[in-house]
Design a protein around this ligand. Structure first.
Ligand code: ADE
Length: 420
C-alpha cells in the first residue's frame, strides 16, 4: 500500500472526532495515563503496529500511545468491526496511520495488516494475533526491529502460547487478556452487554420470554448468559468442560448438550473460541425462525457452509441478518456472517470497561520498553502492580473508597501461630 492510510471516507472525520470525545469521558484511567505519557514520553522512538478493532475506544488508546511519543500504524482486527468515521478522524485529526474499512474483503484485510507492518514496528499490539502471525510467516524481514508485543484477547493468547510451546515465538508478548482488570470486566460485562446489544440492534427481537442458548461458559459466555437472563430469557448453557458446566448449573442455568439445546433455542450465541460449534446436525433440528449469532473472536464457530448446503435460498433481510430457507421451509437467521456480533451490529464493549483493558495495553507497552532487555521470547502476564494500579484508579474515578489493612491485620495474614 503506497498511501499512509486507507479509510472509507476522510469526510466522515468530524462525526468520528465527536464520538471519540464522547467515549473519552468514560475512560478516566486511560486519560490519567495519557496525561503522564504526554509529560514523560515513555514511548519516544517506538513504532507501534496495532491490529485492533477500530472503534471510539481504540481511538483513545491510539491517541494515548501517540501522546507517549510513539508513531502509530493501525489496522482492523476484524473486517466488520471498523467504525469508518473514527478511522477517518484518527487520520485527519490525530496524524495516526489507519488501514481499515468496514466490510473490507479478506484480501484487503490482509493488505491492511501488511501495510501496518510497513512502518517497521518496534512494538506490536494485537487482538487475535493476526499481526504476530504475519510477522512469523510472510513478513519475517520485519521481525528484527520488534522488541515486544501485547495481545488483547483469549483466542490470541491461546495462539501465542502454542507458538511459545513450539518455540517459534520470536519476541516477548504480554497477555493483556489475562490481567484481572481485563477479563473479569471486559470479557464478562463488556461482551455480555455488547453481544445482546448487537443481537437486539440487528433484529429488534424480544429477549423476554425467549430461550437463549449460550455455547461456552468462559468469561464471555458468563456475561452473555447473565445479560440474557437479565432481559427475561430462559437461558440454556452448553459446555464441554465439566467444571464450567457445573458452575453454570449452580449459577442457575439449564445445562444441556447442543444436540438437545438445538431443538429449544430461539437465539443461539457461540462464545467458545473453537470451531464448528453449531453445525449440520444442529441446523437440522432448529426451530423455524431461530436466530444464530457468534461473539467469539473468529468466524469459525458456526459452520456456515453446512448451513448454506442445507438451504434452498438465502437473502439479506435486514442489515447484518441473512435469511436461510431450509428444504423443509424453516427459516434460520444468521447474524453478521457469523462474525463478532457485538462489533459488527453494535459498537463493541462500552468505553467504561474498555478503559481498563486499554489502560492495561498502554501500561504494558511502557513495561515492554522499560524491560525489553530482560524479557525472553515468551508469553508474559501483566505485572500484578499494573493490574492493582488500574483497579485502584478505576475505583477512584468512580468515587469509591475501600478499606486498608491495619498493621495488625497484615501481620496476621503473614503469620501461622494464631489458631482456634
Ligand atoms: N473489543 C470489544 N469491544 C471493543 C471496543 N469497543 N473497542 C475495541 N475493541 C473491542
Amino acid at each position: 500500500m503506497d498511501k499512509m492510510y486507507d479509510v472509507k471516507n476522510i469526510m466522515l472525520a468530524e462525526n468520528g472526532r465527536k464520538r471519540i470525545e464522547w467515549a473519552a469521558q468514560y475512560m478516566p484511567v486511560l486519560a490519567n495515563i495519557s496525561k503522564r505519557f504526554a509529560r514523560e514520553k515513555p514511548l519516544k522512538g517506538q513504532v507501534v503496529a496495532a491490529c485492533l478493532h477500530i472503534t471510539t475506544e481504540t481511538a483513545n488508546l491510539l491517541k494515548t500511545l501517540s501522546a507517549g511519543g510513539a508513531k502509530v500504524f493501525a489496522c482492523a482486527s476484524n473486517p466488520l468491526s471498523t467504525q469508518d468515521d473514527v478511522a477517518a478522524s484518527l487520520v485527519r485529526d490525530f496524524n495516526i496511520s489507519i488501514f481499515a474499512i468496514k466490510g473490507e474483503s479478506k484480501e484487503t484485510y490482509y493488505a491492511h495488516a501488511n501495510a501496518s507492518l510497513d512502518g517497521n514496528p518496534t512494538i506490536t499490539m494485537d487482538d487475535g494475533a493476526d499481526v504476530v502471525g504475519l510477522l512469523h510467516s510472510s513478513r519475517r524481514e520485519k521481525l528484527k526491529n520488534v522488541i515486544g508485543g501485547t495481545e488483547e484477547t483469549t483466542t490470541g493468547v491461546i495462539r501465542l502460547r502454542a507458538m511459545a510451546r513450539e518455540k517459534v515465538l520470536k519476541y516477548p508478548i504480554i497477555a493483556v487478556n489475562d490481567a484481572q482488570t481485563k477479563h473479569l470486566f471486559d470479557n464478562r460485562y463488556g461482551t455480555g452487554q455488547s453481544t445482546l446489544d448487537g443481537i437486539i440492534r440487528a433484529t429488534n427481537f424480544l429477549i423476554a420470554g425467549s430461550t437463549v442458548v449460550i455455547a461456552g461458559y468462559g468469561w464471555c459466555g458468563k456475561g452473555a448468559a447473565l445479560r440474557a437472563r437479565g432481559l427475561g430469557a430462559r437461558v440454556i448453557v452448553t459446555e464441554v468442560d465439566p467444571i464450567k458446566a457445573l458452575e453454570a448449573v449452580m449459577d442457575g442455568f439449564w445445562v444441556q448438550p447442543m444436540e438437545r439445546a438445538a431443538k429449544e433455542g430461539d437465539v443461539f450465541i457461540t462464545v467458545t473460541g473453537d470451531i464448528s460449534v453449531l453445525c449440520k446436525e444442529h441446523f437440522e433440528e432448529m426451530k423455524d425462525g431461530a436466530i444464530i449469532a457468534n461473539s467469539g473472536h473468529f468466524n469459525v464457530e458456526i459452520d456456515i457452509k453446512a448451513l448454506a448446503s442445507l438451504s434452498v435460498s438465502k437473502r439479506t433481510i435486514r442489515d447484518f441478518v441473512e435469511e436461510y430457507v431450509m428444504k423443509d421451509g424453516r427459516k434460520l437467521f444468521l447474524l453478521a456472517e457469523g462474525r463478532l456480533i457485538n462489533l459488527a451490529a453494535a459498537e463493541g464493549h462500552p468505553a467504561m470497561v474498555m478503559d481498563m483493558s486499554f489502560a492495561n495495553q498502554a501500561l504494558s507497552a511502557e513495561y515492554i520498553v522499560k524491560n525489553a532487555k530482560s524479557l525472553r521470547a515468551d508469553v508474559y502476564s501483566v505485572p500484578r502492580e499494573i493490574d492493582e494500579e488500574i483497579a485502584a484508579l478505576k475505583l477512584k474515578s468512580m468515587g469509591i473508597d475501600i478499606d486498608v489493612l491495619s498493621p495488625k491485620q497484615k501481620k496476621y495474614l503473614t503469620s501461622w501461630e494464631t489458631g482456634t
